[in-house]
Design a protein around this ligand. Structure first.
Ligand SMILES: Cc1cc2nc3c(=O)[nH]c(=O)nc-3n(C[C@H](O)[C@H](O)[C@H](O)COP(=O)(O)O)c2cc1C
Length: 347
């Protein structure tokens, strides 16, 4: 694919993702999960501790900035803003797809933010469809080096690719390639969707080849079908995209279905994403079995106003998470996992 096509695509994604119409009209399902309020918390607010560890590094809250950016001039600035705020707020940082850094080595530096964020986990990113191409595995290893990463996301986005003009639709062999990457990579491999969710059947296949980390990226947040529909240059393609606007398994159902299978829940560390929009959503995700949450579009909106604004935004989510703990009588994330719900049928 030509250089300008990949660059234009990333720029359009970053612009379009901010529009309210690019969000799904279905929810992530967390609205039906309600904590039983605890009017007698029997703890002091100052005791509440939301710290945790990811890949040996401490976070102030269980949050990962979702993969978004890199490869264009605007993306360089955005990655620097995300890295600076992530370092200040003590959250992890996912980089956007690094395919462009392989195809255009002069763009590598747009992903190199380790000096700005020395103490937090930084996660590289490559597509499943890139992994099966010749040298895909060595490219993935190179992405880890370029970013000095603590882990690597492999994104699975078959719907997005099918809707994109010139999308990658050769998906035979992706699972085997992931299996090989898991054995070769010097850092953990996290498999993610991009907003249509990972259901239990996909999770089982991934667990069977040794994957231990999944980022759900469920339905209920950013709709890639909507974004690709907006980018479509022909009515025909746009109509096809509209059919899939709300396609996918939502965050709640994905977490719940994976938790229900003991072999899956015991083998996996889960990241909840796809429509995470507050610290209360993070709390509910932890209650449903996730170890971390992740978000893209609201973080992009805050980052567009600069590092200070994004740092404040992340701090606000941490405060909302701490209040969620207080009003459910939980002193820690571990306690939150057992907080009573009003709707136990959603467990
Ligand atoms: C502007 C933008 C760019 C994105 N680029 C990537 C990417 O390069 N690689 C990837 O794995 N996911 C990418 N995503 C998907 C997000 O990482 C995330 O999985 C998805 O947007 C769901 O989260 P949300 O509902 O909080 O936006 C992107 C999302 C947005 C909004």
């Amino acid at each position: 694919m030509s250089q300008s096509t990949i660059n234009d695509r990333k720029s359009e994604h970053l612009t379009l993702a901010g529009l309210p119409t690019m969000q799904m009209s279905v929810t992530n399902g967390l609205d039906s999960v309600q904590f039983e309020p605890c009017a007698l918390p029997e703890l002091n607010f100052s005791e509440i501790d939301t710290r945790c560890h990811l890949f040996g590094k401490e976070l102030q809250q269980p949050l990962i900035i979702a993969s978004m950016s890199g490869g264009t001039r605007a993306s360089r600035q955005l990655n620097q803003t995300l890295a600076a705020a992530a370092e200040q707020a003590g959250v992890a940082l996912g980089l956007g797809s690094m395919r462009i850094a392989i195809e255009q080595p002069e763009q590598c530096s747009t992903f190199q933010v380790r000096s700005i964020a020395p103490s937090i986990p930084i996660l590289a990113n490559i597509g499943g469809a890139q992994l099966v191409q010749p040298e895909g595995l060595s490219h993935a290893l190179k992405c880890i080096d370029i970013a000095e990463a603590d882990g690597i996301f492999v994104h699975l986005n078959p719907l997005q690719e099918a809707l994109q003009s010139q999308g990658d639709t050769q998906w035979r062999g992706v699972l085997d390639a992931i299996a090989t990457l898991v054995t070769l990579a010097p850092v953990p491999v996290i498999v993610k969707e991009v907003g249509h969710g990972l259901g239990p059947s996909t999770a089982r296949k991934l667990v069977n080849v040794g994957v231990q980390y999944l980022d759900i990226a469920g339905a209920g947040g950013t709709s890639w079908a909507a974004i690709e529909t907006e980018r479509s240059r022909t009515d025909n393609k746009a109509q096809t995209g509209e059919v899939f606007h709300n396609f996918g398994i939502n965050l709640r159902d994905s977490l719940r279905s994976i938790q229900q299978e003991e072999t899956l829940s015991e083998s996996l560390t889960l990241i909840a994403s796809g429509g995470i929009r507050s610290g209360l959503d993070i709390a509910k995700s932890i209650r449903l079995g996730a170890s971390f949450a992740s978000a893209a579009s609201p973080i992009l909106a805050a980052a567009n106003h600069g590092t200070e604004s994004l740092t404040e935004f992340l701090e606000q989510w941490r405060q909302q998470l701490r209040i969620s703990c207080f009003v459910t009588g939980c002193a820690s994330l571990r306690d939150l996992r057992y907080a009573p719900l009003i709707t136990p049928q959603h467990l």
